[in-house]
Design a protein around this ligand. Sequence first.
Ligand code: MLT
Length: 266
Amino acid sequence: MPKVNLSERTIAYSEAGSGAPILFLHGYPLSRSLWDQQISSLSRNYHLIAPDLRGHGESDPGTGPNTMEAMAQDCAGLLDQLHIHQPLVLCGLSMGGYVGFAFYKLFKERLAGLILASTRAANDSPQARQNREQVIRTVQSEGPEPVIASMVGKLLSQNTQQHQPGILAQAVSIMHSGISTQTIISDQLGMLQREDFTPMLSSIDLPVMVIHGSEDQIVPIAEAQQVQAAIPGSRLVMIPGAAHLANLEEADLFNQAAATFLKTII
Ligand code: MLT
């Protein structure tokens, strides 16, 4: 698998296709394998790049919290090394969307559009902060297994868990290959300290598609509706019956929505 050496770490990535570039950023506690179905479908028309964010999959870990800005910097470093300087579309899912907002803030000129999947702009509520502190205590004492086990039930809809064993197995396998104790802690600390991107939304002047599963428990659809309402000219695509990993559960619907959106901009 290809890797680039940034100054302090190696970042692994998948790359496929040719044409206008699209950068895919996975969520927590996952890896670039999350995007396999998007890569096989959309690489017919586009140049797709999907990194493992620091500490995930085959990328080296960072030191301390995985801040959204540090992960956005890694992405910019990867693009530099791949000589991708033309504006691209960034598609980020959940934590990948938080990184997408940080990337917009730092490198707006590198973007032609955004796909915000299963994500939110707001930072953590007091309850969410307590939950993260609990996850950190659990992983410190018991390792990643209980954290992975408790995530599975939230990432996929009940229907998918009961009737789509292949998708369930894929999600579990992506989590196992994606994460370690250290990375769970670094991600949780990074997400705990992320800023509220809500005030930035009204100034985003790029084409934006917000895409969200109707059954998402991790980021309720109301949060996606707020993001879409605040970004001028953006559109919201709801994927009925899908939960947090809408791109895995309903890959065809997700890919069609992405292709329709991409055709309008690049
Ligand atoms: C994710 O799916 O990336 C995370 O669950 C997001 C979060 O914990 O806020």
